[in-house]
Write a protein that binds this ligand. Structure first.
Ligand SMILES: *[C@@H]1O[C@H](CO)[C@@H](O)[C@H](O)[C@H]1NC(C)=O
Ligand SMILES: *[C@@H]1O[C@H](CO)[C@@H](O)[C@H](O)[C@H]1NC(C)=O
Ligand SMILES: *[C@@H]1O[C@H](CO)[C@@H](O)[C@H](O)[C@H]1NC(C)=O
Ligand SMILES: *[C@@H]1O[C@H](CO)[C@@H](O)[C@H](O)[C@H]1NC(C)=O
Length: 371
């Protein structure tokens, strides 16, 4: 059995938060939670201070310039590795891959639909970056079933063949199920203080947690972050085609509608306010991501906007999703995922039952909500 157990005491901002971190590889099955002994914890806190305040890598988050990403700079650092010969169908300039949908935004970000990309080419190019992908998910005690479904399906379909770290935020580590995971993958459980009672509050806190942990540790461990809701299941290939410095996902329910019909926050008193004559797309709160510095900026901005709203006694109509939409309107994503990446079979069934053809553009369902 290979169990690699790490326990750290981490100082978060002004308050000390004891944080237990379990890291285990594919064969671990046993539940190990130890208390940190006192001299060890002092040493770890000192080591952490060195890491956070003296280590120059930590400056990267703040000093990275807009539009660049760590992953991009890595490509230039690794030019010595050669790609192998590949044989594939030639791209045809006069034959568009898809005629039924928009495949590029007016700011030249690709919209990722089935038929627009070749996974083999993407994988080959991506391997040059030698990058690691982090997948964050939040769990409360009642959701063990959802996490099991989520992780088991991620093992089958998410970033197959690439290095992945699953980050599970929870206040109840004992509810995290034990799974055999593939080689090259890790599960890291981040124990955080108790959540609020309502799911809205949990999703509000999510932005703050991701931003804090991006600054503290994610940037040392992964190149990209994919931030997902636990109430979903991977049902087909979801690979490096989604990765980019900043990406959002088209919400299935609204992808055919005009901007005036989007459920944006319309009250000017809220920081999430978007007027009727603005807006590109309606993005789903359940799946977004990008390079660690970009996700840090996004989650920090959303959290701060939510704090301003809270001080003004207003809460945006769709909570963090409203703030995400506001952010992505003014910080255009560099990739947009089609609703293939956030399907809802119940909604699809309702549309089919009503005889309305709303989902014919979706040729391949890659992620579905778990009902
Ligand atoms: C996040 O970091 C800020 C500033 O460092 C701190 O005040 C806050 O308590 C942290 N939040 C959580 C949930 O850890
Ligand atoms: C790729 O990354 C891993 C982990 O970050 C590292 O151990 C390994 O040396 C890297 N390989 C190359 C060729 O840079
Ligand atoms: C969107 O707006 C256009 C022009 O105002 C209109 O022709 C079209 O029917 C609208 N589409 C939907 C789905 O409401
Ligand atoms: C899926 O769609 C159904 C029908 O509109 C809705 O009731 C349900 O809340 C949706 N599920 C999720 C997870 O959004």
């Amino acid at each position: 059995m290979h169990v690699n157990l790490q326990i750290k005491a981490v100082r978060v901002g002004s308050g000390t938060m004891a944080q237990q971190v379990r890291t285990f590889s594919e064969n671990s099955k046993c539940n190990l939670l130890h208390q940190v002994n006192f001299p060890l914890s002092v040493a770890l806190v000192l080591a952490f201070f060195y890491y956070c305040y003296l280590n120059p890598r930590n400056q990267m988050l703040g000093s990275i310039s807009p539009g660049t990403s760590k992953a991009v700079s890595k490509i230039y650092g690794q030019q010595s590795r050669k790609l192998s010969r590949m044989v594939y169908r030639q791209p045809q300039v006069l034959t568009p891959a898809r005629k039924d949908v928009l495949v590029v935004t007016p700011w030249l970000a690709p919209i990722i639909w089935e038929g627009t990309f070749n996974t083999d080419i993407l994988n080959e190019q991506f391997s040059l970056q030698n990058a690691t992908v982090g997948l964050t998910v939040f769990l409360t005690e009642q959701e063990t079933f959802y996490l099991n479904v989520f992780l088991q399906s991620a093992e089958m379909y998410f970033m197959v063949g690439h290095r992945v770290i699953y980050y599970i935020f929870t206040d109840k580590p004992e509810y995290v199920p034990y799974l055999n995971i593939q080689k090259g993958r890790q599960i890291i459980i981040l124990e955080v203080e108790s959540y609020y009672d309502h799911w809205q509050d949990i999703s509000m806190q999510r932005m703050e947690m991701i931003s804090n942990f991006s600054q503290q540790r994610f940037h040392q461990e992964v190149d990209y972050l994919v931030c997902a809701d636990v109430h979903m299941r991977f049902s087909d290939h979801v690979g490096v085609e989604i990765l980019s410095s900043l990406f959002g996902t088209l919400h299935l329910r609204y992808y055919r509608l005009n901007r005036t019909d989007f459920p944006y926050e319309r009250r000017p008193q809220s920081q999430a306010h978007i007027p009727e004559d603005e807006g590109d797309f309606y993005y789903a709160g359940a799946l977004f991501g990008g390079s660690v510095p970009e996700v840090y900026k996004l989650t920090k901005a959303c959290h701060e906007a939510m704090m301003v709203d809270q001080a003004n006694h207003i809460e945006a109509i769709w909570h963090d999703e409203s703030h995400l939409n506001k952010y992505l309107l003014y910080h255009k994503p560099s990739k947009v995922l089609s609703p293939e990446y956030m399907c809802n079979n119940t909604l699809k069934k309702i549309w089919d039952h009503q005889g309305v053809d709303f989902s014919s553009n979706i040729k391949r369902i890659r992620l579905v909500t778990t009902e």
